[in-house]
Design a protein around this ligand. Structure first.
Ligand code: SF4
Length: 178
């Protein structure tokens, strides 16, 4: 049987969602057998090829992240938002509570440990968007796996459903920690 082609992306996030994927224990063996990884933080492939499933960790806070997300959307049949940052904005989305220039000034000039700080504007470096966005504010998202990070059980469930040809809807009990 042909393997399912998967690309995973890490936008504005902390890598915790990808770390949770590595925490699937023995379930990762069956999933790895059925999946062919294309561009991903664990493959270092630079191009975005046509894939069956695109999985995105992190929110969208810069022009480059917006471009990457749109390109991935054009190259995947199913797009999965992975973790609270991708689903809702999450921790990164807290920047949206303030003006972009205020956030830059606080980060580069006003922090207590900064001496003679200045806001960098090097040419060619992607610019921050005015507000941090969840994925579905920019492109169509087919399924959501919330959590910070998502529980390994939720990731296993989502991937197993996808491999069975179904769009996963994560059961509520997999979205809370008892
Ligand atoms: S959802 Fe949590 S674990 Fe995942 S990238 Fe955001 S902050 Fe990190």
């Amino acid at each position: 049987m042909a393997k399912v082609k998967v690309a995973t992306f890490w936008l504005e996030g902390c890598a915790g969602c990808h770390m949770s994927f590595l925490d699937l224990d023995e379930a990762i063996i069956d999933i790895a057998k059925a999946v062919e990884f294309h561009r991903s933080p664990i493959t270092d492939i630079k191009e975005i090829e046509q894939v069956d499933v695109g999985i995105v960790e992190g929110s969208v806070g810069s022009t480059e992240e917006e471009d990457v997300l749109k390109e991935l959307r054009e190259h995947c049949k199913i797009l999965m938002a992975w973790g609270n940052c991708a689903c809702f904005g999450g921790i990164c989305g807290m920047r949206s509570t303030m003006d972009k220039e205020d956030a830059l000034r606080r980060g580069y000039i006003e922090t207590e440990s900064t001496y003679q700080g200045k806001i960098p504007h090097p040419p060619g470096v992607p610019q921050l968007l005015d507000k941090v966005k969840a994925l579905n504010h920019i492109v169509k998202v087919d399924c959501f796996v919330p959590g910070c990070p998502p529980a390994p059980e939720a990731i296993t469930y989502a991937l197993t459903e996808l491999l069975a040809g179904r769009i996963p809807v994560i059961p509520i009990q997999m979205m809370r920690f008892d």
